[in-house]
Design a protein around this ligand. Sequence first.
Ligand code: UP5
Ligand code: MG
Length: 204
Amino acid sequence: FDSSKITVIYVLGGPGAGKGTQCANLVKDFGFCHLSAGDLLRAEQTREGSQYGELIRTCIKEGTIVPMEVTIKLLENAMKAELERKPRGEGWADGKGRFLIDGFPRKMDQAVKFDETVCLSTKVLFFTTTEEVMLSRLLERGKTSGREDDNVESIKKRFRTYANDTMPVIQYYASQGKVAEVDSTVAIEDVHKAAREVVLKIFA
Ligand code: UP5
Ligand code: MG
C-alpha cells in the first residue's frame, strides 16, 4: 500500500484491555476503518471451505498466535476491500484511507513482515491496565460473549503469550518513538478522551 494514501494505527494492549471498545469510539470520531485481527480470524474460522478453521480454533483456545501468513493475508484483503469500496476516500477528511489495526502485530515476526511487505504504521496506541482488571473484564464478558477463549484457563494462556510475544513488539515500536500509552483502567469515556487526543495530534 502507498503510505501517502493511507494512515495506519496499530492498537495494542493485553487481552481485555479495551482495544475493541476504544476502536469503536475512534471510528465514530475519525471515520476509521476498524480491522480487528481477532475478529477476522474468528470469521475465517467459521467460513465454509476455509482450510484454516481447525488451526485457528486451536490457537485461539490455547491463546497462541496463528501463523502470520494467515492473519496478514486476511488483513491485507480487508484493507484492499475497504479502499475499493471508498475509491475517493469518502468520509476521510484528508482523502487518505484511515485504518485502525486492532490486536496486531502481536509477535515480532508479524511486525517485521507487515512493516516490510504491507505498510508502515504512523502510531501505536497502547492500552494498559493490570492483569487483575483484564481478568475480571474478560470473565464478565465471557458470560455472554460466546468466545471460546473467555475462560480462566484460556485467559491465563493469553496473558502468557502477551508477555512473551507481544511486549517485545511494543518495545520495538517504542524504540522507534511510535508508541502512545493510554491508561485503560479508568472509565470507558475517560479512556476514549485520552485516545482521541493521541489521534487528534496525528491529523492536526
Ligand atoms: N471494557 C472495556 N473497556 C472498559 C473500561 N474502561 N472500563 C470497564 N470495562 C471496560 O473489552 C473487554 C471487556 O471489557 C468488554 O466487555 C468491555 O465492555 C469491557 P474489549 O474492548 O473487548 O477488549 P479487547 O482489548 O478488545 O479484548 P480482546 O479479548 O478482544 O483482546 P485479545 O487481544 O485477547 O483478543 P483478540 O480478539 O485480539 O485475539 C484473540 C486471539 O486471536 C488471540 O489470543 C490469538 O490466539 C488470535 N490472534 C492471532 O493469532 N493473531 C493476531 O494477529 C491476532 C489474534
Ligand atoms: Mg478485541
